[in-house]
Design a protein around this ligand. Structure first.
Ligand code: MN
Ligand code: MN
Length: 475
């Protein structure tokens, strides 16, 4: 018996529960860390809001916009790319060609966008509605009959930008895409599959209901006209301006503590803003530590729809920013140097994983899945089926990362997304691997990913921050 215990202790891998494995003091720090995180989730529900918030924090911490005319770049720089992606660099002493450390996450989340020409008056009901087009992998039914807020920007013809945010404070209205009452769902919904019982065309927001009035006149589309009138009054926009707008419906309200013990966070957009927040705070801390290597953080757009487009992880944005870091550091910055810098670099693809959901245990394989509260997940490969479209990190790189996490006492665990052949998903890992660098997927588990209230553990959020920081310091 004694021998069995000895062997177990020495040879068996077991994930450790953060709340049992750490000191009370560290747990206090973890809980406090999540307070800032909840505020971030509450105030940053779109890519642009996230970028604006992070940039203002960066400027407070003396980071310099790499593109600001006349400004002399320092060791601490950032670049906003087309208002849709962001890179932050802390330049180290060592020659960048020996490799740098990069943490890459994404700031876009699944949501429901307004269509290009969204406003419509329903003929029968005389209600003003907004037509939508969903973005990313959503379960459509979750978005029906739930309070939504409208966030976004309108760029007018003269180039001026109107910020819009309706539905977040108590005195503002929220918006509803009404679901069908159960009494009349028999034919429309009850016997249909999940992908059919809510159609994209049924995801219309009721926008307004009072018609524009004029004495004795019967006005056609009076409700639509009244909506345009109100919008012009408040924002100075016309129907044509919708064409150059990005307006997103997102769950209204704050990110909240969840669970009796307040050990968890429930909130929208944690895929992948939990990795954005934790990697951002990791690089802010690195600024004040004397380390040799250069540290870089990327926040990409469009991960939820394949990472294409200008702000996505397939964009030339990556090479462009690294090349500028070489230039600022006054190293050689030709194509050869840039390639070598990237090839010798280490990358964490920072994205969330699927923690075991006790309501649906059958889709997970517990031994290889992320357990909520057991630390940050290390994922060798994502993808689906036979690891299709995955990066599959090398064993050499895995070993280095695990060694660093053990040395720095990071609570980590093995994490694969679901049972084999149960489904799957990808990250930006493979797009970064294209540059020849070592890439590994590391991030916390969420329960109910892509839902309106994703659930995370404060233990895992803090462990993720610790993991990224340890990576910057030691990789
Ligand atoms: Mn993600
Ligand atoms: Mn996602």
């Amino acid at each position: 018996m004694k021998k069995a215990e000895e062997v177990r202790k020495k040879l068996v891998y077991s994930r450790k529960n953060f709340w049992q494995d750490t000191t009370k003091n560290e747990q206090k720090i973890a809980l406090k860390f999540s307070e800032g995180y909840k505020r971030f989730l509450t105030h940053c529900k779109t890519e642009r809001e996230s970028i604006a918030h992070i940039v203002s924090e960066l400027r407070n911490k003396a980071f310099v916009d790499i593109d600001e005319p006349g400004v002399k770049p320092t060791r601490f720089v950032y670049r906003v790319f087309k208002n849709k992606a962001l890179a932050i660099g802390v330049i180290g002493k060592e020659n960048m060609r020996k490799g740098i450390n990069i943490v890459a996450s994404h700031i876009d989340s699944p949501r429901v966008d307004l269509k290009q020409s969204p406003l419509h008056e329903d003929k029968e009901t005389k209600l003003g509605i907004m037509k939508t087009h969903y973005y990313g992998g959503i379960k459509k039914y979750q978005w029906m009959s739930t309070p939504l807020a409208l966030h976004g920007v309108v760029i007018k013809n003269d180039g001026s930008k109107i910020n819009i945010c309706i539905g977040e404070s108590d005195n503002e209205p929220i918006f509803i895409m009404p679901d069908l009452l159960p009494h009349l769902s028999k034919n429309e919904q009850a016997n249909k599959t999940m992908s059919e019982f809510i159609k994209a065309g049924q995801m219309n927001v009721i926008f307004n209901s009072v018609p524009l009035t004029e004495e004795k006149e019967d006005i056609t589309e009076a409700v639509k006209l009244q909506a345009l009138h109100l919008l012009y009054d408040k924002y100075g926009i016309t129907e044509e301006d919708f064409l150059s707008a990005e307006l997103q419906l997102v769950p209204a309200g704050k990110a909240r503590d969840s669970g009796l013990d307040k050990s968890m966070v429930a909130g929208y957009g944690q895929d992948d803003r939990v990795c954005v927040y934790t990697s951002f705070h990791a690089i802010l801390d690195v600024k004040d530590i004397d380390i040799d290597k250069t540290s870089v953080v990327f926040f990409f757009d469009k991960e939820e729809v394949g990472s294409d487009s200008v702000g996505g992880a397939t964009s030339v944005f990556i090479e462009d920013f690294i090349a500028d870091l070489l230039r600022i550091k006054q190293e050689e910055f030709n194509a050869y140097s840039l390639r070598k810098t990237l090839i010798n670099s280490c990358v964490i693809s920072a994205d969330v994983n699927a923690a075991i959901n006790p309501n649906f245990p059958s889709v997970h394989e517990p031994q290889n899945a992320v357990h909520l509260g057991y630390g940050v997940g290390i994922c060798k490969y994502t993808g689906s089926g036979g690891k299709s479209a995955s990066n599959d990190a090398t064993s050499e790189f895995m070993a280095r990362i695990v060694k660093i996490f053990n040395e720095e006492k990071v609570n980590w665990q093995i994490g694969n997304l679901g049972k084999v052949d149960e489904g799957g998903g990808g990250t930006v890992a493979k797009f970064l691997a294209k540059h020849g660098c070592d890439v590994i997927d590391i991030g916390p588990g969420l329960i109910g990913m892509h839902s309106l209230y994703e659930l995370s553990s404060k233990a895992d959020i803090y462990s993720t921050y610790k993991a990224y920081k340890a990576f910057f310091v030691k990789a």
